[in-house]
Design a protein around this ligand. Structure first.
Ligand code: BES
Ligand code: ZN
Length: 637
């Protein structure tokens, strides 16, 4: 297997096909899986310095201590390298790391050179390894490592202990792990992490059991991921956290005071895993645990293998926002098993996952909820396409040029357009055939990187199979490579929101709403209504809406956010204290950034408010969020 994999690495196209078929049953003989590297132009990752066709990292072993006082991690990373014959240099990605030494496995110093840093990419670390194939890097993360957020006790629910959380996707892990940080270069990994007692550490790998007391009030936790993963999927969190089992292979970690609410909201997890397996085959990662983080976590969720990271803002008390869980779980196939080779094809991860998410929701909660969520997302996508322009390349699935930068796809179009693409193909070929094909795609490329071109070629080989009429009806290339929405797009059922849309129309003409009806609506229906209200409302109208519908008191953060956005867009002063409180607690970029935007758009009324609030809240946000909001605030002039 090792020899075979080496061949895969060195020869490209022809041998790669053979590699792919091999990796279908990778563990059958107990050998580790070595994923192929794609060498075609469209698979190359311009946001990594690595040259994996010459030398690639296959395994990362971390031995790190968490230093909450100095806000850094420090220790060693031992990397196994697979290299072409005669190759003597390996190039890694780093960002703002302080590197003190590089040695071989016997402790002999190896020459290394840290190149110049480029914005957003960090600096290449070139190690002259000679004929050695293991290197040990001793280092500390820099003071502002972007992946890591160090929380003070006041930012946690318990308020007594500090907390650490990480976010690696897309290219942030190079700020705390010196490795080849590219989604097309899969690595197995293991870690020993030392943390001050009584903090507990979790990672996106299987736990090695109880921590070992290492003296001086410190404990060492161990983890391992024996399946090769893209390095952006290595994640860590540490805090005063406890665990509750949810099912035979699932559970939740969170702070003690959050545990009951988190576990109740996540009670359907095991059923979701079953539903996902029924749809697209075996769950291949063993356990599916989650951690509900403090509210500063910059995303809704992150699909870190065996340990999904979650914002607490999805907890609504009625499981109405658990599409998030279905989404992160679905990434266990689309994203973690089959991974976009580079960020230009993020839609392969996010669009396929959004489709899969909706199928899980349908299986678990029924077609009504699924079709409402589709309709809500479809409308949001249409709005974004209209805003960006239907001819704007940012609305294509496969992104090019500047749009293909790691953060380029965050306009959201790739999620919903990708999902709509697959819903459309499903409706044309029939669900049964489509499902067989999608499952086989995951199987054929399990633990491998993939590109748009591979996805379409596979669909043509195994689904279209030369049927010219079908090929013409699908419009595959237009979907993936062209901006805007193709004419064959499957549109949402207008009945999904018939009642809500009527109520919104009635409100537009009479400014009255039936509170009793609102009370019976689903979360999606309420969000739909809020999105359909007239954008210009008077203070009196806003006060009445808030009073009648209890918007400010909503325990559903999506509804609360939609309300605050509407209120701020209308310079509604009474909403400012609540907005300030929300922005002072929640760091989820999807909420924080639009609220600051809403304020900044309101000239002399909103801009001073935005600046005043941000001065207080900025230090509590993760770098992902400040990176975006800094731009929002600087744009207002
Ligand atoms: N993988 C993403 C988060 C991500 C994307 C991080 C791109 C960095 C770069 C995650 O699965 C995601 O999509 N989260 C969404 C959830 C949603 C669509 C249900 C979020 O955080 O809002
Ligand atoms: Zn996602």
């Amino acid at each position: 297997m090792r020899l075979f994999a080496t061949l895969c690495l060195i020869f490209s196209a022809a041998a790669l096909t053979a590699c792919s078929t091999q990796s279908d049953a990778p563990e059958a003989n107990g050998e580790p899986i070595v994923s192929p590297i794609l060498t075609s132009d469209d698979a190359k990752d311009p946001y990594s310095y690595a040259q994996p066709e010459i030398a690639r990292v296959t395994h990362v072993a971390l031995d790190l201590a968490l230093d909450f006082e100095n806000r850094n991690v420090g220790g060693t990373a031992t990397l196994d390298i697979m290299a072409a014959d005669g190759a003597d240099t390996v190039i890694l990605d780093t960002m703002a790391l302080e590197i003190s030494s590089v040695t071989d496995d016997a402790g002999n110093a190896l020459p290394f050179e840290l190149g110049a840093a480029k914005d957003g990419m960090g600096a290449p670390l070139a190690i002259t390894m000679g004929d050695k194939r293991q290197v040990v890097i001793t280092y500390t993360s820099g003071p502002d490592a972007k992946a890591l957020q160090w929380l003070v006790p006041a930012q946690t629910a318990g308020g007594e202990h500090p907390y650490l959380l990480s976010q690696g996707q897309p290219t942030l892990n190079r700020t705390w792990i010196p490795t080849q940080d590219s989604p097309g270069i899969r690595q197995t990994w293991e870690a020993k992490i030392t943390a001050p007692d009584p903090l507990t550490v979790v990672m996106s790998g299987l736990s090695g059991g109880d921590p070992v007391d290492t003296g001086e009030g410190r404990r060492t936790f161990s983890f391992a991921m024996d399946k090769p993963v893209a390095p952006y999927l290595i994640a860590i969190a540490a805090g005063d956290i406890v665990f509750q089992e949810l099912g035979p292979r699932s559970g939740v970690w969170t702070e003690p005071v959050m545990l009951d609410r988190a576990a109740a909201e996540l009670a359907d997890t095991e059923k979701m895993i079953d539903a996902a397996e029924e749809l697209y085959g075996e769950y291949r990662w063993g356990r599916y645990d989650m951690i509900v983080l403090p509210p500063s976590f910059p995303y809704g969720g992150m699909e870190n293998p065996v340990m999904t990271f979650l914002t607490p803002t999805f907890i609504a008390g009625d499981r109405s926002l658990t599409g998030l869980i279905a989404h992160e779980l679905a990434h266990s196939w689309s994203g973690n098993l089959v991974t976009n080779a580079n960020w230009a094809d993020s839609w392969l991860n996010e669009g396929t996952t959004s489709y899969f998410e909706n199928r899980i929701i349908e299986k678990l909660y029924g077609e009504k909820r699924a079709s409402q969520e589709r309709a809500l997302n479809f409308a949001a996508m249409e709005d974004t396409i209209a805003e960006e322009g239907a001819a704007n390349a940012i609305t294509a699935l496969h992104l090019t040029g500047e749009n293909a930068a790691p953060e380029g796809g965050t306009s959201g179009v790739i999620y919903d357009k990708g999902a709509t693409f697959l819903h459309t193909v499903e409706s044309i070929v029939g669900r049964e055939k489509f499902d067989v094909w999608l499952e086989s795609w995951f199987d054929r490329h399990a633990f491998e990187p993939a590109t748009s071109a591979m996805f379409l070629a596979d669909m043509r080989d195994n689904l279209v199979k030369g049927d010219e009429g079908l090929e013409a009806r699908l419009m595959l290339d237009e979907w993936v490579y062209k901006p805007g929405l193709p004419s064959n797009a499957l549109r949402p059922d207008p009945a999904a929101f018939a009642e809500v849309d009527k109520a919104a129309e009635a409100y537009a003409s009479s400014r009255t709403l039936d509170e009793a009806v609102w009370g019976k609506w689903t979360s999606a229906e309420r969000l739909r209504l809020l999105s359909k209200l007239p954008r210009d409302l008077s203070d009196e109208e806003l006060a009445k809406l808030d009073n009648d519908l209890g918007l400010s008191a909503s325990g559903n953060n999506e509804i609360l956010f939609a309300w605050l956005e509407l209120a701020l867009q209308n310079r509604y002063e009474p909403a400012v204290p609540l907005a300030e409180k929300f922005l002072g607690t929640v760091g989820r970029r999807k909420f924080v950034s639009p609220l600051f935007e809403a304020l900044m758009e309101q000239g002399t009324w909103g801009q001073p408010i935005a600046r005043r609030i941000y001065a207080k809240t900025r230090s509590g946000y993760h770098a992902v969020t400040t990176g975006t909001v800094d731009e929002v605030l600087s744009g207002g002039g």
